[in-house]
Design a protein around this ligand. Structure first.
Ligand code: MLT
Length: 208
């Protein structure tokens, strides 16, 4: 079957490791987060699509009006399009949606959060690196029950105001998700403490 996003897929080498969907940041591509995925969850299957929107040549998962300004209709349409791809790819590659963890960076984290808000059932959890609120709507009550989410923010991030991560956490908790907030002494770029927090998140998932 022809899947609707250019992507890379790596098979699992450890069946106990959860499959990951890797969602790159603005200007990235499907190869960007593969080394990160291998590092934070060794042995996981890795599904990594490339965003279809081009902002002056920089790949993204949805268009924006300006930095930090979003059109909810555009975000909603692109969220459903990516969610449909993930559902189709999960069938094609035999990935269990209940175990499927999105690992998104910046724009990729934002669309992963939107999938949790709009399409519960597509993902089994998420690691959101430097997300902000792009859809100001709470997840439907009970729709994210039992799901675990890590939100990793930077204390001196010039793009994400410090009020955003707790606001996003509240929107996801409305659906019943168990959300952990982690703040690194970092800016919008990832730091080593983000990686340690993600590694800890995956070991505690596996310990359950
Ligand atoms: C976004 O547009 O999703 C956010 O501003 C993050 C970014 O891509 O810089």
């Amino acid at each position: 079957m022809k899947l609707s996003y250019p992507h890379v897929f790596e098979r699992a080498t450890d069946p106990a490791a959860p499959p990951l969907v890797l969602l790159h940041g603005t200007g990235g591509d499907e190869n960007d987060l593969v080394p990160l995925g291998r590092r934070i969850s060794p042995g996981s299957a890795l599904l990594s699509p490339r965003g279809k929107v081009s902002e002056h040549g920089a790949n993204r998962f949805f268009a924006r009006l300006a930095e930090g300004k979003f059109d909810p209709a555009e975000v909603t349409r692109r969220t459903h399009d990516l969610a449909d791809f993930i559902v189709a790819a999960s069938v094609e590659y035999d990935l269990d949606p209940q175990r499927l963890i999105a690992v998104g960076l910046s724009n990729g984290a934002n669309i992963a959060a939107a999938i949790l808000q709009l399409r519960p059932g597509v993902l089994g959890g998420a690691v959101l690196l430097r997300p902000m609120v792009v859809l100001d709507q709470p997840a439907a009550a009970g729709s994210l029950a039992g799901l675990r989410v890590l939100i990793a923010s930077g204390a001196v991030d010039p793009i994400v105001p410090v009020t955003e991560p707790p606001r996003l956490a509240a929107l996801l908790r409305s659906g019943g998700a168990e959300v952990e907030l982690h703040t690194s002494p970092a800016s919008h770029a990832l730091a080593s403490s983000d990686l340690s927090a993600a590694v800890k998140f995956f070991s505690s998932l596996r310990a359950r």
